[in-house]
Design a protein around this ligand. Sequence first.
Ligand SMILES: *Cc1c(COP(=O)(O)O)cnc(C)c1O
Length: 220
Amino acid sequence: MNEIKNNLLKIKKSIPEDVTLVAVSKTKPIKDIITAYETGHRIFGENKIQEMVQKQQQMPNDCIWHMIGHVQTNKVKYMAPFVSLIHAVDSYKLLKEIDKQARKNSRIIHCLLQVKIAEEDSKYGLSEPDVIHLLESNEVKAFQNIHIEGLMGMATYTNDESQIKKEFEKIASFFRTLQLQYSDLKTLSIGMSGDYKTAIDCGSTMIRVGSSIFGARNYS
Ligand SMILES: *Cc1c(COP(=O)(O)O)cnc(C)c1O
């Protein structure tokens, strides 16, 4: 069997049924995404809006597109007609723009708030108090066209598994605390190719896996 199909089916079989797999297809050609699609897989993750728009236009309509990368406010409009879940929302300004563009398209766009969990080298993400502040804000509550359904995090880029575990446990514990008050929160997006097993042990409900499915990326 084809390598991509093989990888995808193997990962799907190895994870619990209630963990959602996002196949991260960034930098990969359409033919690879079609190969994944042929296994019945529908959820794809991209980190650049332009690239996601182009791929969405070429792929069948029943694909479900997740934006997993950092989002610039002025580009939200390009993906608003179709994006299903935006993982890395990290400001009020961005939420406001997503709400506005979703309304223009008569849609509700689901969002995750990105929490900064890596102790090293991470530029993006909200602190825990920032997340609470956003969830409690009356302005945010008034947005009709977004639905905040959970949190997203990225662990430090390291081989130190105990460090990764510590960071995942921290966001998972924060997530569970928030869930006591906000019953809408159902998604914890943590875990990539190198650390998804650890993430699932820590309580991940959604993993974002690229290279373990499609092979190493070539950024030439
Ligand atoms: C690229 C990317 C992934 C997937 O990374 P792999 O290590 O290839 O699985 C997951 N999440 C985000 C935010 C990414 O940018």
